[in-house]
Design a protein around this ligand. Structure first.
Ligand SMILES: O=C(O)CCC(=O)C(=O)O
Ligand SMILES: [Fe+2]
Length: 272
């Protein structure tokens, strides 16, 4: 556990931590097969090239995509994704990061990021929870907002698309950074590695058409999060979770905790 505490320290200090080789070779293989099948599927929920933030248009209007949304959706129905999202490895890590028990975790987003086939693309520098046009005062306030969730990328093949500014989740942007002069470092993942990162770290991503990218991109939160976080998650086109029921009992418990929209019902008062 000592080494995991070290990882938690890195996540707090640097805003990200790479956890090498997180997948058994069997799970890795089934996830990679499931990911390649999913990529080939005709599926309406995608991230379209040319657009950084949701909502994204339906796949039928897209020339190219950089992500496949909602890979836990019953119409995709890949057991490998379901088993992975609700695995010991993921749940133990999320529990340690958030300092809560599995009984307090809720299902959130689970997507897949891919190389666009024909048109390279890139995301500009951003924080996920603070708009780029926030004033210094707004940024200062928003950086204080407690976060009851964590997010991560798990690479199924080698991936160097993500760039981060270490430590930037704990401070406002410098004048130079506000003017777009940002020095980041590449997050280099070998196949099987995961990176957990703070949603407020300054980051961007560069998507060339080659090599292949197959990276699972997910988040999970605590039921201590206020209804605003739940509504945001559900409004991310995730209404389907209300109608579905997973066979995997751990995943089903996570789902039920997200769809209960009154925190009182799960034993917590509103926070934040
Ligand atoms: O491609 C990535 O790894 C990062 C994606 C990202 O930053 C986002 O979707 O907000
Ligand atoms: Fe982001």
């Amino acid at each position: 556990m000592a080494s995991f505490n070290h990882n938690l320290d890195s996540l707090k200090t640097d805003g990200y931590v790479i956890l090498p080789n997180q997948l058994s070779s069997e799970l890795h293989k089934s996830l990679r097969l499931a990911a390649r099948r999913t990529r080939k599927k005709s599926w309406p929920h995608v991230r379209t090239v040319g657009k950084q933030f949701p909502p994204w248009p339906d796949a039928s209007t897209a020339n190219d995509v950089w992500g496949i949304q909602h890979i836990l959706h019953p119409d995709i129905s890949e057991r490998a994704f379901e088993g992975w999202y609700a695995s010991d490895a993921i749940l133990d890590t999320v529990e340690a990061i958030l300092g809560v028990k599995e009984e307090e975790l809720q299902l959130e987003l689970c997507n897949m990021l891919v190389n666009p086939e024909n048109t390279s693309f890139e995301l500009s520098w951003h924080r996920d929870a603070i708009p780029a046009d926030a004033t210094e005062e707004e940024e200062t306030e928003m950086l204080k907002t407690p976060n009851f969730g964590t997010q991560w990328n798990t690479a199924l093949v080698d991936d160097e698309c993500l760039e981060v500014v270490p430590g930037s989740h704990r401070r406002v942007r410098t004048e130079a950074e506000r003017n777009g002069q940002i020095e980041g470092i590449k997050v280099v993942l070998k196949a099987g590695d995961s990176v957990f990162y703070d949603h407020n770290i300054l980051h961007r991503a560069v998507y060339p058409t080659r090599p292949e990218r197959l990276t699972l991109h997910a988040c999970m939160g605590s039921t201590r999060a206020d209804n605003q976080r739940r509504k945001t998650i559900l409004q991310h086109g995730m209404g389907w979770v209300k109608e579905t029921e997973f066979e995997n009992p751990r995943l089903e418990s996570l789902r039920k905790r997200l769809v209960v929209l009154e925190p009182e019902a799960v034993g917590y008062t509103l926070v934040g």
